[in-house]
Ligand binder design. Structure first.
Ligand code: FES
Length: 107
């Protein structure tokens, strides 16, 4: 992990996360799930807002991830809940690709 002056942290290399795949990275004791869908990368907390389920371990359909614990669904683009039992959105983070580096906004 390397901190940049812009507040973005390199979390992976391009090609490291396959299409439809995810990588969990740890930033300041926080697990962040970085998804790769349709050539775009999306980063969310890897913690379900219902009861802490590990979202990266759930099935991904398009941009919707399902919590493996009780089945809540979130849109990884916005963090919005699209299926109960979760009611609060999951935090999202900006992702940018610079050269071969995938970076997450981490102030
Ligand atoms: S912990 Fe995710 S749905 Fe309950």
């Amino acid at each position: 992990m390397s901190q940049t002056s812009s507040g973005f942290v390199t979390v992976a290399r391009v090609g490291e996360i396959p299409e439809g795949g995810v990588k969990v990275v740890r930033l300041d004791e926080q697990d962040i799930a970085v998804f790769h869908v349709d050539g775009h990368y999306y980063a969310i907390d890897d913690i379900c807002t219902h009861d802490g389920g590990p979202l990266a371990e759930g099935p991904l359909e398009g941009c919707i991830v399902e919590c493996p614990r009780h089945g809540a669904k979130f849109d990884i683009r916005s963090g919005a809940v699209v299926a109960m039992p979760a009611t609060a959105p999951v935090p999202t983070y900006d992702v940018r690709v610079e050269g071969d580096d995938i970076k997450v906004g981490w102030a």
